[in-house]
Design a protein around this ligand. Structure first.
Ligand SMILES: *Cc1c(COP(=O)(O)O)cnc(C)c1O
Length: 337
């Protein structure tokens, strides 16, 4: 069961985004985005003979780490762009993050989501002053609608992951982790479009190429995993998952995250639905937190021995968000309590 952390494959060139950009993002967003706690998990650590920490990214005002990238991207707009407003397509958390960031800056936002986005996320977006548009069957339809709005109304599209300012914003997570745990050996995070692990991977690999960076996705419809295997961005059929925030494609014309994930992520694992639910139940029981599937997938994967943990190593798991319908959460965890 014990396997060493995968050997790194650092290549710090071939990307226009640098660690300096991440520091710039940190400075820019610090008045709005609060540092999140890094929590030592006594329960998991004891079980695996390692030091396991949880990065509580579900504690953001928007309920997920996507607030970092959204605030950075919006703060970087020109005054003219701000005066017209922004739009985005999203599986939910990014849409909510953009809506909240726009509200804080007092600018117009229009959020396009697909029909698959759960009610909790829709309600959350509506509760802000954002305009909401439910459009199409998947993220690709919602995306097309956004670019139509850009043409028709001049709104700036803030993409959920494939954008330098978004990636740099998510990278600030890694700066905070390094501040709290400079001797970290490995970080594990949910992998969908790859903004999260592009940003974190950029900072970690440039700090120490031996720090492992591991991505976890649901078993079915994991576009980044399929793309890594194919060697180019490919689309996959979307299927419902308890980790709904990990659904969606990476874009056929992916500019940044595909290459960055290829460079900085050492391993990409596919995780069954039941394992994700076990992770949600465990975090509720042992840490008294309510988190969505995408946020519990790393914990579930470790508990089910799907990701090897090296003895005595220091591992950080990103607990990425909390936007889950209460009945869905209750139903998912009850068999594992
Ligand atoms: C978006 C999201 C992820 C995955 O981030 P990517 O940048 O798309 O890879 C993981 N967890 C939650 C809660 C998210 O909202």
């Amino acid at each position: 069961m014990t396997i060493s952390i995968p050997t790194s494959k650092i290549k710090t060139t071939n990307s226009n985004i640098t660690v300096q950009n991440v520091w710039e993002a940190k400075r820019l967003i610090s008045s709005v985005v609060k540092k999140t706690p890094l929590i030592y998990s006594k329960a998991i650590s004891k079980q695996f003979g390692a030091e396991i920490y949880l990065k509580y990214e579900h504690l953001h005002e928007s309920g997920a780490f996507k607030f970092r990238g959204a605030v950075n991207a919006i703060y970087q707009l020109t005054d003219e762009e701000k005066s017209i407003g922004v739009t985005t397509f999203s599986t939910g958390n990014h849409g909510f993050a953009v809506a909240l960031a726009a509200k804080k800056l007092g600018i117009r936002s229009r959020i396009c989501v697909s029909e698959h986005v759960p009610k909790a996320k829709i309600d959350a977006i509506k509760s802000l002053d954002a305009e909401l548009e439910i459009f199409g069957n998947g993220q690709d339809d919602a995306e097309q609608r956004c670019y139509q709005l850009e043409k028709e109304q001049g709104l700036t599209v803030i993409p959920p992951f494939d954008h330098p300012h978004v990636i740099a914003g998510q990278g600030t997570i890694a700066l905070e982790i390094l501040e709290d745990l400079p001797s970290i050996n490995c970080v594990i995070g949910g992998l969908s479009g790859g903004g999260l692990l592009s940003g974190i991977g950029l900072v970690m690999k440039n700090t120490n190429p031996d720090i492992g960076v591991i991505g976890v996705s649901m078993e079915k419809g994991a576009a980044m995993n399929a793309s890594l295997k194919a060697g180019r961005p490919v689309s996959v059929v979307e299927e419902p998952s308890i980790a709904d925030s990990l659904l969606g494609g990476i874009g056929e014309n992916n500019q940044y995250t595909f290459n960055m994930v290829k460079q900085f992520v050492d391993q990409s694992y596919l995780i069954p639905e039941e394992t994700i639910k076990k992770g949600m139940a465990y975090l509720y029981k042992e840490h008294r937190i309510v988190v969505e599937g995408a946020a519990a997938i790393g914990v579930g994967a470790i508990l089910d021995n799907l990701i090897p943990v090296k003895k005595d190593s220091k591992v950080v798991i990103i607990v990425s968000g909390n936007n889950v319908d209460t009945p869905v959460h209750a139903n998912s965890i009850k068999q594992y309590l």
